[in-house]
Design a protein around this ligand. Structure first.
Ligand code: FPP
Length: 237
């Protein structure tokens, strides 16, 4: 399928679900599903580049994912570190700027160091901005935003009567990015799962039964094609 010609979303956000099921279907350990999921990330980044999408946010590790068995958590952290180390040259080559949102200080030290290194190395790129949501929770983000606003009030920088939607948005992890236009969720689940709760208010949703490791460029193009047929009304008529 060819890339659709018009109404390309500026910002695509993805809940990458189904790695575990993909592995189970093949009698493999769950981490093999995550490894294959990391390959799908590569294809998706390339597809976003082809479509000239400006921002791609990936839900790579939620605040709730720490509750998984320790071995799986550690394997995911090692995979993330390895992915960043191996793929940074490719991000540079493709003009991709890496960013991250979430409680990043929760990540293991080696992972944080590699993340900040990759972010610094790609900071000068002006193609796709790839935002990894890591130890991210939408409710936590809103609470962190409230704390940050209260701090500014205590310092006397702002008055509470000045607080509005725009100002609050500037206190979220996502303050530098536009809200997502399109949210894709794989593996058929009809849930938001604590992802970008504030930012998804008017985002178009696209759910596919495909498991994340099977999600390829063509699937991204199909989602964008469907998005381009949608009429967005933002509560109007
Ligand atoms: C959900 O599948 C996926 C995750 C919790 C992690 C996502 C991680 C990757 C795609 C790989 C690494 C990412 C990067 C950026 C290198 P699941 O385990 O919940 O699947 P299940 O619902 O079938 O069990």
């Amino acid at each position: 399928m060819a890339a659709p010609a018009q109404a390309i979303p500026r910002h695509v956000a993805i809940i990458m679900d189904g790695n575990g099921r993909w592995a189970k279907e093949r009698g493999l350990p769950r981490i093999k599903g995550h490894e294959q999921g990391a390959q799908a990330v590569r294809a998706c980044v390339e597809g976003c580049g082809d479509l000239r999408i400006e921002y791609l946010t990936l839900y790579a590790f939620s605040a709730e994912n720490w509750q998984r068995p320790r071995a799986e958590v550690m394997a995911l952290m090692r995979l993330l570190e390895r992915f960043l180390k191996e793929k940074t040259p490719e991000l540079l080559e493709k003009n991709v700027r890496l960013q991250a949102i979430g409680r990043l200080t929760d990540l293991p030290g080696a992972c944080q160091r590699q993340l900040h290194k990759s972010i610094e190395q790609t900071a000068g790129n002006n193609g796709l901005t790839l935002i990894l949501a890591l130890s991210y929770g939408g409710r936590l983000e809103i609470i962190d935003g409230i704390k940050s606003l209260l701090h500014e009030i205590e310092l006397g920088h702002i008055d509470r009567a000045m607080i509005d939607v725009e100002m609050f948005s500037k206190h979220l992890y996502t303050r530098y990015y536009p809200d997502p236009d399109l949210l894709i969720r794989t593996s058929g689940e009809m849930r938001i799962s604590n992802f970008l709760l504030w930012q998804l208010s008017y985002t178009e949703m696209y759910v596919t039964p495909k498991l994340w490791p099977d999600f390829g460029k063509e699937d991204l193009f199909a989602a964008v094609e469907e998005f381009s047929q949608r009429q967005r009304r933002y509560g109007g008529v």
